[in-house]
Write a protein that binds this ligand. Structure first.
Ligand code: ADE
Length: 229
């Protein structure tokens, strides 16, 4: 997969992209992530990327021209048409199903904005999908883009090393994960449930499924399908 990011702050991505799974996935050629600074596509001496909103009001709005120019530059350099994604609190709510869907794309192009928002014509003109990572307002789309990249890349084949590990985790099958324990058996009086020490794999699987249902019912009832409710 190839992921391009258009941003005014490419440095913000350096640390998340250079650790752990994201780092390994890039080293192994599973994903190629390229950062493009929108400011490099300004044409005036002030390198202006934002301007006052028509109609008045507070704040500044990201201008069309530098974003379109950066986008067109990337499109020319690589002919595979990307899924274009604008990170904005106005977008469709990001979830595991959307992460899975995006992980099937050959190429993603994420656009992270700052200021009060984007000129509306950026979304319409670039035919971008709009994604929000939650009902809160961040100072910009960069952190949201990193969340999307992390959630998508770990789903790519071979990214985790252990292929089984994304199928049982939270949200797969619409349920939260069961509780995990490791050594010691007794930590400050808090004991590992007996069943996990029993060696009875059938019973353990049953217990884990029960735990997933119970946790989902108490902590995230909104996730439950009618047959599990
Ligand atoms: N930009 C600012 N807030 C955001 C959010 N919640 N999701 C995506 N992009 C954003």
């Amino acid at each position: 997969m190839r992921i391009d990011v258009l941003t005014l702050f490419p440095e913000m991505f350096e640390s998340p992209l250079s650790h752990s799974i994201l780092k390994r996935a890039q080293e192994r050629g599973i994903v190629d992530i390229a950062l493009t600074n929108i400011r490099d596509f300004t044409t005036d001496s002030y390198k202006k990327v934002d301007d006052k909103p028509y109609g008045g009001g507070p704040g500044m709005v990201m201008m069309c021209a530098p974003v379109f120019d950066a986008f067109e530059h990337l499109r020319q350099a690589c002919p595979t048409p990307p899924r274009v994604i604008l990170l904005t609190p106005q977008g469709r709510k990001f979830d595991q199903a959307l992460a899975r869907d995006l992980s099937g794309a050959e190429r993603l192009l994420l656009i992270a904005g700052r200021y009060e928002g984007f000129d509306e014509r950026i979304g319409t003109g670039l035919e971008a999908e709009q994604i929000s990572i939650g009902d809160y307002v961040l100072s910009g789309g960069e952190l949201a883009a990193m969340v999307v990249i992390d959630a998508v890349v770990r789903l790519l084949p071979e990214a985790l090393g252990d292929a089984a590990s994304t199928t049982e985790e939270s949200f797969s099958e619409g349920l939260l994960e069961y509780p995990h324990y490791t050594r010691p058996e007794d930590f400050r009086g808090m004991k590992v449930p007996e069943i996990l020490l029993s060696g009875d794999h059938g019973k353990i699987a049953q217990w884990r499924h029960q735990q997933r249902l119970e946790r989902t019912r108490t902590q995230r009832p909104d996730l439950l399908s009618p047959e599990n409710a």
